[in-house]
Design a protein around this ligand. Sequence first.
Ligand code: ADP
Ligand code: MG
Length: 257
Amino acid sequence: MHHAIIDNSQLKIKSESPMSLTKIYGSGATSVTALDHINMTVKPGEFVAIMGPSGCGKSTLLHLLGGLDKPTEGKVLLEGTPIEEMSDDKLTELRRRRMGFVFQFFNLIPVLNAVENAALPLTLDGVKPAEAKAIEWLTRFGLADRLNNRPDQLSGGQQQRVAVARALVAEPTLILADEPTGNLDTNSGDEIAGLLRKVSQEYGRTVVMVTHDPRIAAYADRIIFLKDGKMIDETRFEGKNGNNAEAVENKMKQIVN
Ligand code: ADP
Ligand code: MG
């Protein structure tokens, strides 16, 4: 039953109409409305970028999607089941088995090598063979000759590839990435965005990526634009690499002004 809920990873954020997903931090005069009535649906296997200027609510939205925080109003539905209503145990299991997270600062363990880092979700879960699975993903991501290197022996781009391998090692259906290229140079950033696109297109996973960078957002199938916690547009710009980076950048300029 549990599996039926999440297996094809369709993600819906909404609540009973007419109200939708809202997140307010604090209360009274100092309260901040981080998300203001957001409605969105993500299809299985889709690569969606959530884009907008700093402070517009991108990370908050991703945290709600991953069940890391709860909305003030509205619901996040995974295959029809509101994740807010799941028990803590069930939510933890869901996060561990069905979701993979990628962060801006990689969050690798310094004393572990690439294989041990990538294998960690399985090792912690007592699943075997953890390392064989990690090696599979690292090899797919071009790190076959870096398996025994620790993070300080890898470039930023390579470290982030290890982190993406770690996010995939438990074979989750949904990957959530918060500014995954935010700490990388242009080339490595493009490489990671391309890799996430491949994770969706070739490996059939659903990917939701937060970014403030139009060039990186352009790799996605669909871009959701946020401003001041509101969803102000949702667009596809046809381009050879998913979207057209220039069109995305122009849109972003309109938003900021
Ligand atoms: P983004 O990721 O787009 O930069 P965030 O989702 O981090 O934006 O933040 C959206 C708004 O909510 C900002 O005004 C931010 O200061 C505020 N905010 C985020 N987290 C908290 C928190 N834990 N407590 C209070 N305010 C917060
Ligand atoms: Mg953020």
